[in-house]
Design a protein around this ligand. Structure first.
Ligand SMILES: Nc1ncnc2c1ncn2[C@@H]1O[C@H](COP(=O)(O)OP(=O)(O)O)[C@@H](O)[C@H]1O
Ligand SMILES: [Mg+2]
Length: 292
């Protein structure tokens, strides 16, 4: 499978405090990669680094991020702005933060398309309508006329996904796209993302603390703990043959239908600075002690 995005030995620090440590991963064409880990593990930092949104304190200290053969980690802010919203789109946890609150969804579609493709307003609106319809909106015209606050959280997030798709990006970065939504709407958002991949072949790099979302969507899963990926595998590798205690703790916290909610046990692990990658199968590895 050809690689769309390749992250190699990436290290990121805020004010010189290491936050993302030695992360390597690849996103293939038409693949959904899920990174799961508790709050504070560095997921947002990792995903924001891809499009240069680390803020003033954040800095890539070493490693590379290569997208379609281009090194993103050395691009200027201007070059990154062109990539953002064009070839790479991003959606956030709070759907409203993808939008300008005082402009209609239709206007925001038009602006995104004009910025990147110089489309006319009529073209932009007609394509926007088609994208919304494709994502399951019954009344695209109404959505386009609406302001973000007029939509429910779930609709707003799905509209944000639609705007993200306006320029036909190859890669969608999704930072906790379902975490601010209630459970039924979460499922809708997850289905929208899956449909997107099916219909337009968009690859998705998704980060979340919710192992349930990962279990449903991801082809490949990375488990992140204290800034490191501690286990990596296919969804089956991770869900059926989890090898790291932290991965097991996350799996045991997936709520089960019809059973009482059991709060997850707090996992207290160390930063596995000196651990090595132990290959368990061609697709599955875990950080651990070297055995041989
Ligand atoms: N702008 C920032 N300045 C300093 N520290 C930050 C900043 N953003 C995040 N951090 C710290 O980096 C760590 C990882 O944060 P984050 O990437 O947001 O994790 P996650 O998305 O997994 O919750 C946390 O300890 C957080 O406090
Ligand atoms: Mg986060």
């Amino acid at each position: 499978m050809s690689e769309l995005l390749s992250i190699q030995q990436l290290n990121i620090a805020y004010n010189d405090i290491p936050t993302v440590k030695d992360v390597s991963l690849a996103v293939g064409e038409n693949q959904i990669i899920g990174i799961v880990g508790e709050s504070g593990s560095g997921k947002s930092t990792l995903i924001r680094a891809v499009i240069g949104l680390l803020g003033r304190e954040g800095r890539i200290t070493s490693g590379s991020i290569v997208f379609q053969g281009k090194h993103l980690e050395t691009m200027t802010p201007g070059q990154l702005r062109d990539v953002r919203g064009g070839e790479i789109a991003m959606i956030f946890q709070q759907p409203e933060s993808s939008f300008d609150p005082i402009r209609t969804i239709g206007d925001q579609f038009c602006e995104t398309m004009k910025l990147h493709e110089r489309a006319t307003r009529a073209d932009a609106l007609s394509r926007a309508g088609a994208i919304l319809r494709g994502l399951g909106f019954d009344d695209p015209a109404r959505v386009l006329r609406s302001y973000p606050f007029e939509l429910s959280g779930g609709m707003c997030q799905r509209a944000a996904i639609a705007v993200g798709m306006a320029c036909r990006p190859r890669l969608l970065l999704a930072d906790e796209p379902t975490s601010a939504l209630d459970v039924t709407v979460q499922a809708e958002t997850v289905r929208t993302l899956m449909k997107l991949r099916e219909d337009s072949g968009t690859s998705i790099l998704l980060v979340t603390h919710n192992m349930g979302v990962i279990a449903y969507m991801a082809d490949r899963v990375g488990v992140m703990y204290k800034g490191r990926i501690v286990e990596w595998g296919t969804r089956q590798d991770i869900l059926l043959h989890a090898a790291h205690d932290y991965t097991r703790a996350l799996i045991s916290a997936i709520p089960k239908l019809g059973e009482p909610f059991v709060p997850p046990k707090r996992y207290e692990g160390r930063d596995e600075e000196n651990a090595v990658k132990v290959q368990l199968s061609p697709t599955h590895w875990v950080l651990g002690e070297a055995t041989a």
